[in-house]
Structures are given as C-alpha cells and as structure tokens.
Design a protein around this ligand. Structure first.
Ligand code: FAD
Length: 525
C-alpha cells in the first residue's frame, strides 16, 4: 500500500484495537504479534522506520555474555532462546557468528574464569559451542593479533543481523497481516476518556496535517523517547540515555573471519570487532548522552580515539588510524535508570514495561528479545482487547517462505540474501529489476535492485531512508556512498518523482547529516 493510501486508511478508521507509537524493533514486534493475534493495528513512526536506536545497534542477536557477568540470568536465558528462534525462523537475516576471546598471561580474564562463563552460556543454549584454541590457531583465525603473552583463547557461537532490515521485515510481515504502518508521522499528544488513554494526536511530517487516531489500547514503544510520551501523563522520567558508538573499517585493513572480543587496555571494558556486510565493525562505547534527543547522535572525537586505542593495542602490526574509518554511527540506549550515579556499563539492560492510565510503555529492551518483549507487553492489554487472548508465542517469527521460481536463476549467495531480507517479496525485487541491476554495487553485497525496490515499495521519503536504512550503503561506502549519487538520481526521479530541485535539496541535507553524524569527527567540515 502506498503511503497516501495508508494515511487515508488511518484517517478513515473509527478506532483500532492497538495503536503503536514508534517504528523501531519494539514497535514493529508489537504490531506484528498483535496483528498475528487478529487485532486491528496501527503503527505511527515520527521519523523513518528503524531510524532510532534500532538501526544503530551493534547488529548482534545474542544472549549477552556480558549480562551473564552482571548476573542478569533471566535476560541471558530469554535472549538465548530468542536468538535461537531467530536463527531458525529468520535464517540468513540472522546468521550464526563465532566469537573469539583471546586470553593473555596475567590478564584480568584468564582461561578458567572465561571458561566458567562460557560453560554457563552454553548451558542456557542447551548445547556446547565453546572451544579452546591454542595461540597458533588463534593467530591463524585473527591475523595481526598481538602474539605477546597470548595463551590461546576461547571461541563460542552467537549471531548477527542487519538491524534495520530486521525491523523492516517484521513490519512487512505485520502489514501482510493487515496492520497499517506509517513513517514520518509523529505523535504530538495523547487523548483520554474516563478510563484512561484512548488515542493519540498525530502530525504527518510530510504534509504538516494533523489527525487523531483512537484505539482500545495505546502502546508507547518510542525507545529512548519514551519519557517524552509519558510526560503527557505527567509521569516522572525513567530513562538514562546512554550513547554507544561504532566504527566501520574496510575488511582488508582488519580482516576477520569471525568476531573477536577484546578488553580495552584503559579500563578493561569489553570491545569487539566483527565482520559485517564485507566490512569490519568495531564497537562500542558506553557513556551518558547529554545532547538532546531531538538531534541525531554522532561519535565524539574522544570515543573515536578510545575505540582506535583498543584496536591499536590488540592489532599493533596493522597501524590502524582514523584514516582507515569508512563510517561511524552512534545509538542511544534507553537504559532504565537505577537512579544511582553508577558507571554506565553497570546499569542493568533489562527492558521495562509499565501500564499507566491505560498507556503501555515498553522500553529499554534489546533487539534480540523483541518478540518475547512484545508478547509480554500485549498480555497487559488482553482485558481491553479480546483478540489479544489469541497471542501465539509459539508461531514462527516469520511465515515460512514458499519456493520462488523467479529466484532460481540467481547465484546462490544473492538468492539467499534477497530471500533473507525481503521474504516472499524477494521475487518482486528481482522481477522489478533490469538484468544489470543484480550485480553487487561497489564491492558491497548490495545490488541496485534493492534500491529500486526500496523506492518503489518500502516507503522511502528521504535520501537517508534509502541509503542508511533500506540499504546500508551510506555506512558501507565512504562519504555516505557519495560515489553512487549520480546513479541514484535517475532512479529517484523515476520511482519517487523527485525533480532536480528536490534531488539537490535531498543531497545537501544528506551530505550534512553524514558529515555531522556518520563520519570521522576530525574530518568534519
Ligand atoms: P528505537 O529503535 O529507538 O525506536 C523508537 C522509535 O520511536 C524511533 O524510531 C523514534 O523515531 C520513534 N518515536 C519517538 N517519539 C515518537 C513520537 N512522538 N511519535 C512517533 N514515533 C516516535 N541490542 C541487541 O540485541 N543487540 C545488539 O547488538 C545491540 N547493540 C546495541 C548497541 C548500541 C550502541 C545501542 C545503543 C543499543 C544496542 N542494542 C542492541 C539495543 C537495541 O538496539 C535497542 O534496545 C533497540 O533497538 C531499541 O528499540 P526500540 O524500538 O525500543 O527503540
């Protein structure tokens, strides 16, 4: 359904069973599970789908070994279960990833200590994935690693994804089950009846027009912005926004066949590097985010140096520097504040679900656990929405995809990629493309057909929707994939109807955004 049609359908509807505010992974998961149960669902997103923290994560679908170290056993158990369900139901979009943990003589985390942690982690998964590797074997798997004092290392299995594409696939599935989802539509206030919250006032950010949506239950899934929506009910803030930043490097500068976990030489915090989309992703920092939430977050010069120092200490032979960085991004975690001034990394990462005057708020969770969190939140609404008594926590996360004969002629890798990202739309992605649009773009795994499909069918309203979330080209290529812009202009003209003036305005806005929030701090204009 085109955006204008969705907007018209939302305006025309009397009332919904469930209105979800926020189109990140939490909101998408809630919309999907509510629609699966047969509820009439609407979801509105202030900016773009997944434009909040859900496109800015470390892209891990993981049990969270570090949560185990903080004795958050419930979170680890739930995360491991959800990880395994996603590996099964979203194969290809969620992929196994082996992690190496080097052990150094005299280091804080010796073989025995890490071994106990990994033993417990394997217990939660119900299978043994941990292995001990001698130093030689470890150096073969991670060339360039400093051999000095290396005892060997552990490895274990976790998983990774493309976070924004995961959100988009969940939303596609929700729409297939009749949910209406609209991006660039901001909730500006809540409406109430004597029983509590019964709807929201929404402003379409494209046309500027306002309208009201009514619902039996309203779910506030606005992540780090959740306190802003709760403020409509005069509730005190709950969240401590914590920023985490990442770097992306070319794989040839830091080649890794699997992920590697390191302990930062300055403070012992865990830092990791992992292969992602043919590049190497490095993260993350963890510090209070004092900038306002209305601006997109970006890495600071101090965070860049901190992450580079971890790499330089672990891989001294590679001489890595800021010049190697392709792109950066920062996300802000909606961490539920303990109210104490503890070290950010010591705040618990459990999600929070509250019911206040009929408003359900879901915040502080993980990408990994979106489905179990959605089910927990919706159970709170079962008395108001009878359809939600049919919630089905055992259904596959995604409907199994039928064989698509149109994909038969594709190379196996491309077929797997498109099926994983687009589900049963993969055949339409290929069907809408010219033959030369199925070749990888500029050394990335992305094909031009994905850009065309995104413009045609995935609600692209701005250039960053296309290059930062529908595809990740803006992260994978230097300067936000500036080299591709001349090839994208005719596409935007054909598929989105952008004339030259609109194209120039989009490019100017996009370039400024890339320089401010996705580049290397010192290199900013
Ligand atoms: P968001 O994705 O932020 O979505 C909230 C949405 O609400 C936004 O899109 C926003 O625009 C919208 N919104 C706000 N106000 C309004 C309004 N008034 N009207 C309409 N819409 C509104 N988890 C993992 O499982 N694995 C990881 O590897 C991982 N790494 C992480 C790394 C970092 C640095 C960070 C910060 C987090 C990481 N997480 C990870 C956690 C995970 O990414 C987040 O918990 C999750 O993405 C939060 O999703 P959300 O939907 O709650 O919030």
């Amino acid at each position: 359904m085109k955006r204008a049609e969705t907007l018209a359908a939302l305006r025309a509807a009397d009332a919904f069973d469930v209105l979800v505010i926020g189109g990140g992974i939490a909101g998408a998961g809630i919309a999907l599970e509510a629609a699966r149960a047969g509820a009439k669902v609407a979801l509105v997103e202030a900016r773009d789908f997944a434009s909040g923290t859900s496109s800015r994560s470390s892209k891990l679908v993981h049990g969270g070994l570090r949560y185990l170290a903080q004795a958050q056993f419930g979170l680890t158990r739930e995360s491991v279960r959800e990880r395994d369900a996603l590996l099964r139901d979203a194969a290809g979009l969620v992929q196994p990833l082996r992690f190496l943990l080097p052990v150094r003589r005299g280091g804080r985390n010796g073989r025995a200590k890490l071994g106990v942690g990994l033993f417990l982690y394997d217990q939660f998964a119900g299978r043994r994935t941990r292995r001990w590797h001698a130093a030689d074997e470890l150096l073969g798997a991670a060339p360039g690693l400093d051999p000095q004092g290396l005892d060997g290392g552990w490895s274990y299995l976790d998983a990774q994804t493309d976070d924004a594409r995961l959100v988009l696939r969940v939303l596609t599935e929700a729409r297939r089950l009749s949910a209406l989802t609209l991006n660039h539509a901001k909730v500006e206030g809540l409406t109430r009846n004597p029983l509590g919250v019964d709807g929201a006032r929404v402003r379409d950010q494209i046309s500027g027009s306002a309208f009201t949506l009514k619902a039996r239950v309203v779910v506030n899934a606005t992540g780090v912005w959740a306190d802003q929506v709760r403020a409509n009910l005069d509730r005190a803030p709950l969240l401590r926004p914590l920023r985490g930043s990442h770097l992306l490097l070319p794989a040839w500068r830091l080649p890794l066949a699997q992920a590697i976990g390191l302990f930062h030489p300055d403070d012992g915090r865990p830092v990791f590097a992992l292969p992602w989309e043919g590049r190497t992703l490095v993260g993350t920092t963890d510090l209070d985010h004092d900038a306002g939430l209305d601006q997109e977050p970006g890495i600071s010069a101090g965070e860049l140096d901190y992450l580079l120092r971890a790499l330089q200490a672990a891989f001294p032979a590679f001489g890595l520097s800021a010049a190697d960085v392709l792109s950066t991004w920062s996300g802000v975690r909606p961490v539920v504040s303990s109210g104490r001034a503890v070290d950010p990394s010591k705040e618990a990462r459990e999600h929070l679900i509250t019911l206040e005057d009929g408003l359900i708020t879901v915040t502080g969770g993980k990408l990994t656990t979106f489905r179990s969190t959605a089910l927990q939140a919706l159970r709170l609404a079962q008395s108001r929405v009878p359809a939600l008594r049919q919630l089905d926590g055992t259904a596959p996360v995604f409907t199994p995809i039928e064989h698509q004969s149109r994909l038969r002629t594709l190379a196996p890798e491309l077929r797997a990629r498109l099926t994983a990202r687009y589900g049963s739309d993969a055949a339409a992605v290929v069907g809408g493309a010219a033959p030369d649009e199925l070749a990888p773009l500029c050394g990335t795994p992305t094909v031009f057909a994905e850009l065309r499909w995104a413009c045609r069918a995935e609600g692209v309203e701005q250039l960053d929707d296309l290059l930062l979330r529908r595809t990740r080209l803006g992260l994978l290529l230097r300067d936000g994939a500036a080299q591709l812009l001349p090839r994208i202009q005719p596409l935007a003209s054909q598929e989105l109807g952008w004339d030259d003036a609109r194209w120039q305005a989009e490019c100017a806005r996009y370039r400024e955004l890339i320089a401010r929030c996705y580049g290397v701090p010192g290199a900013r204009p």
